[in-house]
Design a protein. Structure first.
Lengths: 111, 109
């Protein structure tokens, strides 16, 4: 079957605009994670969804960042009023535990 | 809070030479450690995890709790091993991963 997919693959936006990133996990995977990878750095955890439990938002860097997940399917990560420091690759992963399967990422560039 | 450190950003070796990618961690509990790999133009994928204690593509990694290390080793590097390698740690809480900064391995012919 298909792996984790993300869209768009690339997004260029202007400072101050809102952006929405999408993740389609592997069917049946109950857990979904968002990570951010800035240039030359490792991945930073952002948010975690597990089934119907309240999401773990402990990694979100500011209140401009939010994410939703519909049941055990698609998730969207929204960044409001984007700043240049938001430029990064945003990676989504889904899991049945313990292995996480990663999507190809969305490269966000804020001008 | 937990932390993962990969001291080398770049490691360059010749084909057939041994390779060791270093990983150190800090966490007060009992972590689960992973190595993930990203080949050129491919997505990040799991290479191995310490609990399974298996060898994948000739790579092994042993968890040393005394030294809080989880170094990745291979006795004879191959050109196709060239990639970015990330060490990652998971606690029991939520299974989210804490990643190191990554090491780029270049295997020269």
């Amino acid at each position: 079957g298909a792996g984790v997919s993300q869209s768009p693959s690339n997004k260029v936006t202007e400072k101050g605009k809102d952006v929405e990133l999408r993740c389609d996990p592997i069917s049946g995977h109950t857990a979904l994670y968002w990570y951010r990878q800035r240039l030359g750095q490792g991945l930073e955890f952002l948010i975690y969804f597990q089934g119907n439990s309240a999401p773990d938002k402990s990694g979100l860097p500011s209140d401009r960042f939010s994410a939703e997940r519909t049941g055990e399917s698609v998730s969207t990560l929204t960044i409001q009023r984007t700043q240049q420091e938001d430029s990064a690759v945003y990676l989504c992963a889904s899991s049945l535990f313990p292995e996480q399967f990663f999507g190809p990422g969305t490269r966000l560039t804020v001008l | 809070a937990q932390r993962v450190t990969q001291p080398e950003k770049l490691l360059s070796v010749f084909k057939g030479a041994p390779v060791e990618l270093k990983c150190n961690y800090s966490y007060s509990g009992s972590p689960e450690l992973f190595w993930y790999v990203q080949y050129s133009r491919q997505r990040l994928q799991l290479l191995l995890r310490h609990i399974s204690r298996e060898s994948i593509k000739g790579f092994t990694a042993d968890l040393n709790k005394g030294e809080t290390s989880f170094h990745l080793k291979k006795p004879f590097a191959q050109e196709e091993d060239s990639a970015m390698y990330y060490c990652a740690l998971s606690t029991n809480a939520g299974n989210m991963l804490t990643f190191g900064g990554g090491t780029r391995l270049m295997v020269k012919p």
